[in-house]
Design a binder for this molecule. Sequence first.
Ligand code: GDP
Length: 365
Amino acid sequence: ALTAGIVGLPNVGKSTLFNAITQAGAESANYPFCTIDPNVGVVEVPDDRLNKLTELVQPKKTVPTTFEFTDIAGIVKGASKGEGLGNKFLSHIREVDAICQVVRCFEDENITHVSGKVNPIDDIEVINLELILADLESVEKRIGRVEKLAKQKDKDAVVEFDALQKLKEAFEADKPARTVEFTEEEQKYVKALHLLTIKPVLYVANVSEDDVADPSGNPYVQMVKEFAAKEDAEVIVICAKIEEEISELEGEEKEMFLSELGIAESGLDQLIRAAYSLLGLATYFTAGVQEVRAWTFRTGMKAPQCAGVIHSDFEKGFIRAETVSYEDLLAAGNMVAAKEAGKVRLEGKEYVVKDGDVMHFRFNV
Ligand code: GDP
């Protein structure tokens, strides 16, 4: 499964957020470098469509789809030089598919900031720079290998060398690899480098309890938004502390607490959905009387592959998929009515599944 790693400098609220994620509620400590082993937290992907389908079908049970976050502790200045925990940190980042960078946007004189004062842009740059330096090293190593061949006009080597030069220039200007454009040919070589700064990023602005309902007055949030806009990255504003409290509530209790706070959706729910789509993930549904269920697939996957998410036999023996969009099914009121209205399609092997499709697979056993 694809996973998003949670990173950030010490004391920005990562553990607090991760506690909310795992609902473990372990006490967070007010000093840096407390944990180093990566932890995985599994969360349900909030999806109102699943609730609506449940009302419509009245199944015996409803099963949401899930998503994994990995807690990556231990970033410090100098990580790219491989000092202490730094190396471990970078190798953990290498294993995740996207990065959620938590930045501190709350003031609290009781909580030490590693560089002495709250400055989210400095914080972002410290982390980004470590990742860029590690990538620069990978690229320089590779340049050493292909430069000679490229000078001899070896065709493949020339393409790769050009890509490496583009990357090197970007890194030397403190720009991450994800901001560089490559030709299709070059992309193959770039992929093989397994760069850290090519991974998609979103920023999590951690604000105080007072700012969560209306973060527009928080200047740090504005700074982060301006910075992120330059990279086309998304910003999710949360209060990690409150998320910890929310994570202990469910259903009506949760709704009531949220409305008391004056927010429509918990920050964690927003983060889950944002990370999910950052990774190019989407959801289809199965809706039978036994079970209404959400399933995760990668955008672009065809019907047989999507069937394989449920069971490999479904993929192997795939014949076709009865498919109706969530909107059409909801408008029709039930499956029979949707069929009568001509909204249920029989899709074959080449059908590219869309987010929100309600599917029933036919397969040979
Ligand atoms: P980490 O080192 O990044 O994992 O940071 P922690 O999650 O341990 O948080 C460091 C300190 O900041 C703890 O004392 C938290 O209680 C506090 N903290 C985290 N999030 C918030 C927040 O949203 N508001 C306030 N006031 N304090 C927070």
